[in-house]
Design a protein around this ligand. Structure first.
Ligand code: GAR
Length: 208
């Protein structure tokens, strides 16, 4: 069984897709050991509670310095003894010590086709605003391993989504979630849980 910890900051629809995937068998061989939020009042934590998944909040507001927050966050992740850390809409800069400890064992979902619309400042709705402002015709989502850069780690899965006439950032965000994010994040976890993913020369290799 792959033990995963899911880190969240908001509504938690990607967390829900993971919970549903584990419950309906699309994600196999996987146990959600815990959910960690950096925000006390987010719906993602309610989703965890509803499904009796152990959960906690580690907020930077509760600590004197970033260093202490980083230590507490890493300790909270470690405490669940995960094989894989899943960043599902976690909008916190990952501490270097955590990147090192969980190298090739930590994945992130990003709401664009990396390397477009990614890196510093590109998160959440901002990604979709930028895509519409540029006038691209195809957008999508990416699951990647986390390394020291922002959205630079080995790419695991990507899925394209077409822009429709009249799209607003909100409408587009929802379509990217429905058509791409909620599919490729569960799929990526299932692949990892079944030993299908390896990383070679900074790229992923997926066995069939
Ligand atoms: C998702 O669209 C996810 O891709 C994005 O935040 C949203 C979280 O929604 N993540 C990033 O932008 C990371 N750079 P959710 O809380 O409903 O899963």
């Amino acid at each position: 069984m792959l033990r995963i910890v899911v880190l969240v900051s908001g509504g938690g629809t990607n967390l829900q897709a993971i919970i549903d995937g584990v419950n309906n068998g699309t994600i196999t061989n996987t146990e959600i050991a815990g959910v960690i939020s950096n925000n006390k009042n987010v719906y993602a934590l309610e989703r965890a509670k509803k499904h009796q998944i152990p959960n906690c909040c580690i907020s930077s507001k509760d600590f004197e310095s970033r260093e202490i927050f980083n230590e507490k966050l890493l300790a909270a992740v470690d405490a669940y003894k995960p094989d894989l850390v899943v960043l599902a809409g976690f909008l916190v800069v990952i501490p270097p010590a955590m990147i090192e400890r969980y190298r090739n064992r930590m994945i992130n979902i990003h709401p664009s086709l990396i390397p477009s619309f990614c890196g510093k400042g590109f998160y959440g709705l901002k990604v979709h605003e930028a895509a519409l402002a540029r006038g691209v015709k195809v957008v999508g989502a990416t699951v990647h391993f986390v390394d020291e850069g922002t959205d630079t780690g080995p790419i695991l899965l990507q899925k394209a989504v077409e822009i429709q006439p009249g799209d607003t950032p909100e409408v587009l965000q929802r379509r990217v979630m429905e058509e791409a994010e909620w599919k490729i994040l569960p799929r990526a976890i299932d692949l990892i849980a079944n030993g299908k993913v390896s990383v070679k020369d900074g790229k992923t290799v997926i066995a069939d």
